[in-house]
Design a protein around this ligand. Structure first.
Ligand SMILES: Cc1cc2nc3c(=O)[nH]c(=O)nc-3n(C[C@H](O)[C@H](O)[C@H](O)COP(=O)(O)O)c2cc1C
Length: 207
């Protein structure tokens, strides 16, 4: 099998690097165009600091929502909750998830401050596939959990600055995806969804 990433589609993956001698992973949306990858980094989190101060990254191609949950809600879930085998690439301590389907190796080329976020451009210098990875059918369960996580992390980051209407919209999207998750997920993932919903209520001061 080969890794095939189309141009112009907004994909999700896990960006990783070594920062202050520790492995760093975070979910990220990315678009490829030829041998370049583009991401938007919202200001205010550790992700911003890492991207500003590092130049070599891996982009892990992962389907399972467990990774997106563990690495976006590190304090709440603990990123030790997922098995994380990594390997070091060449001379550079670049962590790559061995449970990923594949990966890109990226060098930061350009960064533009866009006010609310940074537009960051990378050059792809290498890529690989994990020949041990298993193939699992597409599931709306996974999609719905990733949608919930996208809006949960937005609420967490923006809760003190965003207007009430913006937060209400995010809660509406979460509610919609919660219904899909309850219809399509196993008990293990329904429990994860319930935990995320509880944390959201805590962040909003409702519990
Ligand atoms: C599926 C998914 C996609 C995300 N995409 C982005 C993104 O494109 N840009 C961004 O700044 N944050 C994105 N986030 C949020 C960051 O991953 C999140 O802020 C970060 O993991 C928080 O960790 P930190 O404490 O290391 O900053 C995304 C989260 C999820 C769950």
């Amino acid at each position: 099998m080969e890794l095939y990433i189309r141009d112009g589609i907004l994909y999700e993956g896990l960006i990783s690097t070594t920062y202050r001698e520790e492995q760093y992973f975070a979910p990220i949306g990315f678009i490829k165009n030829n041998n370049r990858v583009f991401i938007k980094v919202y200001k205010g989190g550790l992700l911003e600091e890492v991207v500003l101060n590092t130049s070599l990254f891996a982009l892990n191609i992962v389907f399972k929502p467990d990774y997106y949950a563990a690495f976006s809600l590190k304090k709440e879930l603990g990123d030790e909750s997922v098995s994380r085998k990594t390997w070091i690439r060449g001379q550079q301590p670049l962590p790559i998830l061995t449970d990923s389907l594949g990966y890109l190796v990226l060098v930061k080329e350009n960064i533009v401050d866009d006010g609310e976020y940074y537009d960051v451009e990378f050059r792809i210098i290498d890529q690989g596939v994990n020949s041990d990875a298993y193939i699992e059918p597409y599931s709306r369960c996974y999609g719905s959990i990733i949608e919930i996580l996208v809006y949960a992390t937005k609420i967490k980051a923006l809760r003190s600055r965003a207007q009430r209407e913006v937060l209400s919209k995010f809660l509406e999207y979460i509610d919609f995806n919660k219904n899909t998750a309850y219809k399509t997920c196993s008990q293990e993932y329904k429990t994860l969804v319930d935990k995320i919903l509880r944390w959201i209520r805590e962040w909003l001061g409702e519990e």
